[in-house]
Ligand binder design. Structure first.
Ligand code: GRF
Length: 226
């Protein structure tokens, strides 16, 4: 679908850690399925392993160490100064673990997206896998959403579910969820850069309506039964 003539959308990706989601995006760009020009990968932590993944892919990286700034507004302002010269179509949070302030979020309204390891609105915040196990839910998963000032509260663009299995630990469940994160994030990003997504009264429409592709349980189930 993307074709050879699709112009690449400029994006900036923010990370804090391992960078497994960053890697999934890089890999999909590599296959040509995701039409992105990744202008910069920025980490708030100098030791984030994801920085090496970016360098290995030949991408420009930058560290903006939060410890060098007196407060959140100053850190956020430094981040904006680094991002804005790229005029990105999207600012992609990929395991970025620092809460961003309202001014930052407003500045990138409609262009700032995140992946969260739960089926939002369930389990906002941290330690989602342990909390899902504690709650005894049968299904867990991941959500791609627009970032709004309410943490993990913005309109959901895509979700995928995984089963919670007997004997699961937070680690085994996290690994299963990561598998679907790495599939739905590149997919949702491609929808966005292709102009297929609009927000209508707080809900995300894909191609003008709420579409079954936005939730992937059937796809995942079919594959796991195969
Ligand atoms: C992912 O589970 C992501 O959803 C969450 O933190 C984890 C980051 O993983 N926000 P990685 O840095 O992409 O490997």
């Amino acid at each position: 679908m993307s074709g050879q003539h699709t112009p690449l959308a400029s994006v900036v990706i923010l990370i804090s850690g391992r960078g497994a989601n960053l890697q999934a995006i890089i890999d999909q760009v590599g296959t040509g399925r995701l039409a992105l020009d990744i202008r910069s990968v920025i980490s708030n932590r100098p030791d984030a392993p994801g920085l090496q993944r970016a360098r290995d892919a030949g991408l420009a990286t930058l560290v903006i160490d939060q410890r060098a700034y007196a407060d959140r507004p100053q850190f956020d302002a430094a981040l904006m100064r680094a991002i804005d010269p790229h005029a990105p179509r999207l600012v992609i949070l990929a395991g970025f673990m620092r809460i961003l302030g309202d001014a930052f979020i407003r500045h990138y309204a409609g262009r700032l997206i995140n992946i969260h390891p739960s089926l939002l609105p369930a389990f906002k915040g941290l330690n989602t896998h342990a909390r899902a196990l504690e709650a005894g839910v049968k299904q867990h998963g991941a959500s791609v959403h627009f970032v709004t000032p309410e943490v993990d509260g913005g309109p959901v663009i895509a979700q995928a579910t995984v089963p919670v299995l007997a004997g699961d630990t937070p680690e085994t469940l996290a690994e299963r969820v990561l598998g679907v994160e790495q599939r739905i994030y590149p997919m949702a990003i491609q929808w966005l850069v292709a102009g297929r997504v609009v927000i209508d009264q707080g809900r995300v429409l894909l191609d003008g309506s709420q579409r079954p592709e936005q939730g992937l349980p059937l796809t995942i189930q079919r594959e796991s039964n195969a």
